[in-house]
Design a binder for this molecule. Structure first.
Ligand code: ARG
Length: 596
């Protein structure tokens, strides 16, 4: 289905052409209509007369006046006014808007067209490390990545989400050594043992999570300990049985826990692959880079130059192997690209990490392109997000200054939400909890996603959990309000069984028209959110939509409407608003309760 602004721009363009202002410089169409900057004066505007003045050597106001004349009988515009210095102030015809929304109700996905070229997109997000707890720094990658996955999928692309676990390398050696220090008698460390290893892990998730920080600290203070950790890493990587078995336990315990935490944020990965999955591809990839003449030894390390002539900033070479032959963070990202191309052949790979990895991804992408790991048309996109800050503007911490665990953050948000839900509501304890959990997730997700990803934001639990303002709970509150009106409509004998038979009429009042105009922007908004991988666009749209709805609700009697056709039309509009809002929150990653 065509986009609403394209339809009205098309009508305007025809008028420009009819008035003799058709031919302009290549591609620029004077008839472009935009939302009005002066909603007090008009609904839409067109500035084409000003843009064409020079070319046609005429006063903009004259051009605008002639164009307005051509639109006198337009069925699209109910009002076209040429005003100094040459704006066209526009109002839309109620019938035309009504028809558009009618079509939108009947169309698939409310008129969002399938992409002309559907892409296969892989999203690398989450960034969790095995045996380490998720903390507040992991929130954004998970939440933004999940939403981009859902938006692109909804838009008609094939999308595969991959957790890309940090499950290999020195971090694993440190944990293994930490376990050995605590429980040296474990059979995994007995090189002469040939039997089966126990099926139960020798640690719980909380024990596991204590081990890494302690072991990592010790290795920084004690070179001998560090050497042992490197040896443990080596044993793991070369496949010593006991080490592999222990590692497998770490994976099982850790991934089960990660699934729980991610699950509570409605984050679901299609693939739980990790750095360890590409270990066997590294030698082959390195060989390929050497054979191609790209990789060379510099100060003992194997590197690939990624500088380009046009660079204005420093661009160090991409290091592939350290002088001791060990692989790096780079190496596994590059080998993962190789694996992804082989197994899935994506058209695009999108990465979500914090924005400090800017230079890093520039290097990795250039290296992948230069060495032919990807095809020239494969798109590699990195989205760097800003920091979650506390009210003091510094990275968010616990009250005593420690790193905030993601689980705790979720728990605290749930409790705050529960407190607010209990206030003045009659609900059983169980129901209140269930509702509070749903609303809390909306608070967290919306609080994050409503910001442009690259910006830092302040984690303000009071604001995020508020039922008023630009928040998740406000959006849910609006949806629940619509649901409750619809429920009353049914209680009073109305039927929603045949929604399609409820005819949507032209707007009866200004507030209703505003709501309808807001709804008409859905397909354009969703297409650009998907093309630009920008969930904040969905948030901005539903915030405006919720405001337009609530304004309409205050101005209009719905259930008390006496004219039956009019009442059914209002109900049809409620249904469309609810469905559009629910579709949008679903792609953001949360759902609305029935009551709250
Ligand atoms: N596990 C990494 C970390 O904790 C983040 C991984 C980001 N993704 C990537 N493909 N490099 O820092």
């Amino acid at each position: 289905m065509k986009k609403w602004l394209d339809i009205i721009s098309g009508e305007m363009q025809v008028a420009f052409e009819a008035a003799g202002y058709g031919e302009t410089e290549a591609g620029s169409r004077l008839g472009r209509v935009t939302l009005s900057n002066r909603p007090d004066l008009c609904e839409y505007q067109c500035n084409g007369a000003m843009a064409g003045a020079k070319k046609f050597r005429k006063a903009p106001l004259v051009i605008a006046g002639e164009v307005a004349e051509k639109l006198r009988d337009s069925r699209v515009f109910s009002q076209v006014e040429a005003v100094p210095p040459g704006f066209l102030n526009l109002k839309i015809s109620g019938e035309c808007l009504q028809e558009y929304l009618g079509e939108m109700r009947r169309a698939e996905k409310f008129g969002l067209e399938e992409p002309s070229k559907p892409r296969k997109i892989m999203i690398d997000y989450g960034g969790a490390n095995v045996a380490k707890p998720l903390h507040v720094g992991h929130l954004r990658s998970a939440v933004i990545g999940e939403s981009i996955k859902r938006i692109c999928r909804y838009a008609g692309h094939e999308v595969i989400g991959d957790a890309h676990l940090g499950d290999w390398g020195l971090q694993m050696g440190l944990v293994i050594l930490g376990i050995q220090e605590r429980q040296p008698e474990l059979v995994y460390f007995d090189d002469s043992y040939e039997g089966e290893y126990p099926s139960e892990p020798p640690f719980t998730i909380s024990e596991l999570e204590e081990i890494y920080p302690a072991s990592s600290l010790k290795s920084k203070e004690d070179p001998e300990y560090k050497a042992r950790a490197m040896e443990a890493t080596y044993k793991l990587q070369t496949g010593v049985r006991g080490y592999r078995a222990l590692w497998q336990h770490m994976m099982n315990v850790s991934v089960a826990d990660l699934k729980k935490v991610y699950g509570s944020l409605n984050v679901e990965f299609d693939l739980w692959k990790g750095e360890s999955d590409v270990r066997d591809l590294i030698p082959e990839m390195v060989q390929q880079m050497k054979d191609g003449g790209y990789a060379y030894i510099s100060e003992g390390a194997l590197v690939v130059d990624v500088k380009e002539e046009t660079d204005t900033k420093e661009m160090p070479p991409c290091m592939i192997l350290k002088s001791d032959g060990a692989s790096l963070y780079n190496t596994s990202d590059l080998a993962t690209i190789l694996e992804r191309m082989r197994l899935y052949h994506p058209d695009q790979i999108i990465y979500l990490t914090d924005k400090r990895q800017d230079l890093y991804f520039d290097q990795v992408f250039r290296c992948a392109r230069k060495t032919g790991l990807v095809e020239p048309e494969t798109q590699l996109k990195w989205i760097g997000f800003g920091t979650v800050n506390g009210k003091d503007g510094k990275p968010f911490k616990t009250r005593d200054g420690g790193v905030m665990r993601l689980e705790i953050l979720i728990q605290e948000t749930r409790e705050e939400m529960l407190r607010k839900i209990r206030e003045g509501r009659e609900m059983s304890e169980e129901e209140a909890r269930e509702v509070a959990d749903m609303v809390a997730i909306s608070a967290l997700l919306y609080g994050d996603l409503s910001n442009q990803a690259s910006k830092d934001y302040i984690f303000d639990i009071d604001r995020f959990t508020s039922f008023e303002g630009d928040t998740g709970p406000y959006i849910l509150y609006t949806i629940v309000r619509i649901k409750s009106i619809l429920a009353k409509y049914v209680e009073q004998g109305g039927s929603l069984d045949r929604e399609e038979e409820l005819e949507l009429l032209a707007a009866a009042g200004e507030a209703q028209k505003q709501l309808m105009m807001q709804l008409s922007g859905f397909n354009a908004m969703m297409e650009s959110a998907s093309e630009e991988a920008a969930p904040h666009k969905v948030c901005a749209f539903i915030y405006d939509l919720a405001n337009a709805f609530n304004h309409f609700y205050h101005e209009t009697k719905i259930l008390a409407e006496e004219d039956q056709a009019q009442k059914e039309s209002l109900v049809a509009l409620l249904l469309l608003t609810r469905d559009v809002l629910e579709t949008c929150i679903h792609v953001l990653g949360f759902e609305a309760p029935e009551k709250m």
